[in-house]
Write a protein that binds this ligand. Structure first.
Ligand code: B3K
Ligand code: ZN
Length: 885
């Protein structure tokens, strides 16, 4: 907490460190009421910074300094300066050793950064700047050191003592204590340091590398969770194989460990050789985790594992380069998931998420480039822009270079920079050098914020058989106020004939056609491409696979969209055509609601969805995706002024019409798939996920008909299924239904059955927080009193408060401002407990510009109240002050 206003830091001010650390030797003495940390740093002057011996400023926060030694000399307080953020020493030679001892208090650390306790175990989270809460250090990613770590703790309470690297010794100590020493031979920045001590069990496996050497794999969990590790272990082995096959990257240490902890600020952390995970991203078995949770475990295990190369072996020079490791690693994990499951479905899910949430961020007060040029608190920049848009930028590089060229580039990048801390420019440079191309203009994707718009228009010259497409780029205003220059936008496209076949594509200056789906690079603010050799006006299929993160518009009419839905050879664009059709129809309903007219739904939407539903040859997961109408959050994002009530009413009306008019087909597909679920044991495979997704979306539509048979089917599924996907869907369907007695009974039965499983209780909270039935806020407030709820656990906060403010839009945006007041109160309370979580929960209030004047005033009022509430963390201060600016 600070009283003065926190200051921004700038990329342009970057300077290499004055000193380097070659070796770090740490000893931790863990006790119940404090921890002692002894650090020995073997240091030298950075030759790159020239001669002279400037002061050595070590970072340190919330540390009680007990002693300092420089080489062998114990310093007195006159020999150093110590304040809230640093310890300054005055070296007398180019090479020297610093020894410090500090006392810290992990047992009362509720911010969950640095060393802290989760339940009875000790664990760490150091990225980005948490290591300075453990010991005095050069806590910046361009200072890379080897680490030796000794942990000493009471044997009985903490039988397992872990750190990075390989175990090199252990033994008994005095007073019932014991010790273990770990050695990490790979130089790493302090943000990758990890320590765990606890009463943990593990599952163990072996992975044989392509080169023949074995790696020991261990997943450590609290004893009651030992039966929920198999899926993560299988995912880990798949990831290791995939990275060998697709990127030629092998694992480097002899052991790889994952530890699951219950209290964790985000999903997981890629510490070298010792990944620490939110238990929600490790534990999965049929009875307690949904299909979505299984897929998330697979993806997060892969993501953290892939960081071993994209992040650890090659790391970031400074935190402005965060997307160097995060964007690239998200791209890697997305491709892995696409290879393990359905590629098209994965792409649809990712794009829907990006367009709903990242586009909103890019249009709001916290908008920033993929490589930000300033920040106040780095924790606020683990954003959708750095991660998801960063991944889209890497994807565009691959689209432009082709898979082979991209692999040549990544090989060169890893080889050239192994063991170094580098920048996004170095990544692009490797891609350029390996392919002999110039990506200078492309790099604008790293420095210009905001989502570009790409308006496309067509012209048809029947006499010449020529069809032209004109692309116009435009750019939104962003908080930096800067003018934008044209991006390089790769547009993958095809042209369809009247039968829906892809036509050969021959540009005006080409002598032959080249393929039927190709990538055009739009590089100018306005640019026309002319296709020749056509006998009739074609229908374009644009931005196939969502080849660039832009807002593309083309004046399709509804019949054309229905045609694309059925015929486009690109599965993503078939879905996209359906979404655009739905958006047009829903926007019409929203306008009718606002004018006070009766709803009049375009029957073509029902007809199109009916065709999809009847097509037994389509992947059921695709059918489920196509049946899902654009969400309320997305409809909000694309509105000028979002009318939450009209959006909700219009979408519910459309859903009810779909349910009523397609009832027989929905029933048939529900029953066929439920029968299969009943007959086959649960398998976490793409094929089974697909079946259950169709079954469950059909059920949620059917409940809208009020048909008593549907209630019976829901109760049957709730009571007799063997997995959480079916059970939770049935529960959610009941919670959103008018059947109050059945709803209450199911909620009670569920809680009684799963009360000892915190991850399942999170889902129970979320389902209720998301219910759009009236009285949402009162329900959430009541649930906060439930014994399973606590503000100290981030998963609980996300499950209840996050789900309410982020998904339950009609209740959160209640016209009286009660939802806003509630969230602001919570942010003020969380600010003192856990600033990172407080700042994340604020996001919905920062979007105030999207709403009507009355709501804007209420939302701003709450932001102002937070700002005036006293001593704000830099995390919350940055988001609130930028939102009000
Ligand atoms: N690198 C971590 C994120 C750390 C967030 C720190 N506030 C997890 C990941 O992206 O893999
Ligand atoms: Zn990551």
């Amino acid at each position: 907490m600070r009283t003065e206003q926190p200051q921004a830091i700038y990329l342009k001010d970057y300077q290499a460190p004055e000193y380097l650390i070659d070796e770090t030797h740490l000893t931790f003495e863990l006790f119940e009421d404090h921890t002692l940390v002894h650090a020995q740093l073997v240091m030298r002057r950075n030759p790159a910074r020239g001669t002279g011996l400037p002061a050595l400023v070590l970072d340190g926060q919330q540390l009680e300094l007990l002693s300092v030694q420089l080489d062998d000399q114990t310093l007195s307080s006159a020999d150093y300066q110590c304040d809230d953020n640093s310890l300054t020493l005055h070296p007398r030679g180019e090479q020297f050793t610093v020894d410090t001892s500090v006392r810290i208090h992990p047992e009362s650390n509720t911010a969950l950064e640095g060393l802290y306790k989760s339940g009875s175990m000790f664990c760490t989270q150091c990225e980005a700047e948490g290591f300075r809460k453990i010991t005095y250090y050069l806590d910046r990613p361009d200072v890379m050191s080897t680490f030796t770590t000794t942990v000493i703790a009471e044997q009985h309470r903490y039988p397992v003592l872990l750190s990075n690297g390989n175990p090199v010794g252990s033994g008994p100590g005095e007073d019932g204590r014991h010790w273990a020493t770990w050695e990490d031979p790979f130089k790493k920045p302090a943000y990758l340091f990890a320590l765990v001590a606890g009463d943990l069990w593990c599952v163990e496996d072996v992975f044989t590398r392509q080169s023949g050497r074995d790696v020991t794999l261990r997943i450590y969990v609290e004893p009651e969770n030992i039966d929920k590790c198999q899926h993560a272990m299988v995912s880990l082995k798949k990831s290791m194989r995939w990275d060998e096959e697709v990127y030629g990257r092998e694992y480097d240490l002899d052991i790889f460990m994952i530890v699951a902890v219950n209290d964790f600020n985000m999903g997981a952390m890629e510490n070298k050789g010792l990944n620490i995970f939110n238990s929600s991203c490790v534990l999965a078995r049929a009875e307690t985790a949904t299909d979505a949770a299984h897929q998330r475990v697979e993806a997060v295990v892969a993501h953290e594992y892939f960081h071993n190369w994209s992040g650890n072996r090659v790391t970031c020079r400074d935190w402005f380069q965060l997307s160097l490791k995060e964007g690239f690693t998200v791209f890697r994990d997305a491709e892995f998931s696409a290879d393990m499951n359905s590629r098209t479905v994965k792409r649809i899910e990712d794009v829907a998420y990006l367009r709903t949430h990242q586009f909103a961020e890019d249009a709001g007060p916290m908008a920033h480039p993929v490589r930000p040029d300033s920040f106040i608190e780095i924790s606020n920049f683990y954003t959708l822009t750095v991660y998801e848009k960063g991944s889209e930028v890497v994807r565009m590089v691959r689209t432009l270079l082709g898979a082979e060229g991209f692999r040549k580039g990544s090989d060169l990048y890893f080889e050239r920079h192994d063991g170094q801390a580098v920048t996004c420019d170095d990544f692009i440079q490797a891609m350029e050098d390996a392919n002999g191309v110039d990506l200078t203009q492309f790099k604008r994707w790293y420095v210009q914020a905001g989502t570009p718009r790409l308006a496309v228009s067509e012209a048809w010259d029947a006499a010449a058989g020529r069809y032209s497409l004109t692309f116009r780029q435009s750019y939104p205003q962003t908080p930096d106020g800067r003018d934008k220059l044209p991006f390089v936008i790769p547009v993958e496209l095809g042209l369809l004939d009247a039968e829906g076949q892809d036509l050969p594509l021959q540009l005006a200056d080409e002598t032959t056609a080249h393929g039927t789906s190709r990538v055009l690079a739009v590089t100018e603010a306005e640019q026309t491409f002319v296709f020749q050799g056509l006998t009739a006006k074609p229908l374009p299929s644009l931005l196939r696979g969502f080849s660039a993160p832009v807002k593309l518009s083309f004046p399709y009419d509804r019949d054309q969209l229905m045609f694309l839905m059925q015929h486009d050879s690109d599965g993503f664009n078939r879905w996209e055509a359906g979404q655009q059709l739905s958006v047009q129809v829903l926007q019409e309903l929203i306008a009718q609601h606002q004018r006070g007219e009766a709803f009049n739904l375009d029957p073509r939407l029902i007809q199109a969805l009916g065709t999809v539903l009847a097509d037994e040859t389509l992947d059921p997961a695709m059918v489920a995706e196509m049946l899902s109408l654009p969400g309320e959050a997305y409809l909000t994002e694309i509105s000028q002024v979002a009318d939450v009530d009209a959006i909700h009413a219009a979408r519910e009306f459309a859903r009810t019409q779909i349910a009523e008019q397609l009832q027989p087909r929905l029933w048939a597909r529900y029953q066929a798939n439920r029968a299969q679920s009943r007959e086959t044991a649960y398998v976490a495979s793409a094929e089974h996920f697909a079946r259950r997704s169709l079954q469950n979306i059909a059920l949620s539509y059917l409940m809208l008909t009020g048909n008593p048979d549907v209630l019976a089917a829901t109760l049957e599924q709730f009571e007799h299924c063997d997995n959480m996907t079916e059970r939770l869907t049935a529960l959610a369907v009941l919670v959103n239904s008018p059947f109050t007695a059945e709803r209450a009974k199911a909620l009670e039965a569920f809680a009684e059955h799963f009360k000892d499983n915190p991850l399942v209780m999170d889902q129970w909270f979320s389902v209720q927080a998301g219910s759009t039935q009236p009285g949402g806020l009162a329900r959430v407030k009541a649930l906060m009193q439930h014994p399973a709820f606590t503000l100290k656990n981030p998963n609980k906060v996300r499950a209840l408060i996050g789900a309410f403010a982020g998904q339950n839009l009609v209740n959160f945006h209640a016209a009286d401002g009660s939802g806003y007041r509630f969230l602001a109160d919570l942010v003020i309370e969380l600010n003192a407990l856990n600033p990172q979580i407080a700042s994340r929960q604020l996001a919905p209030l920062t979007r105030w510009r999207k709403y009507d004047d009355a709501r804007q005033a209420l939302m701003k009022g709450e932001l102002e109240r937070i700002l005036a509430s006293g001593s704000l963390s830099s995390d919350v201060y940055e988001v609130v002050s930028k939102s009000l600016a």
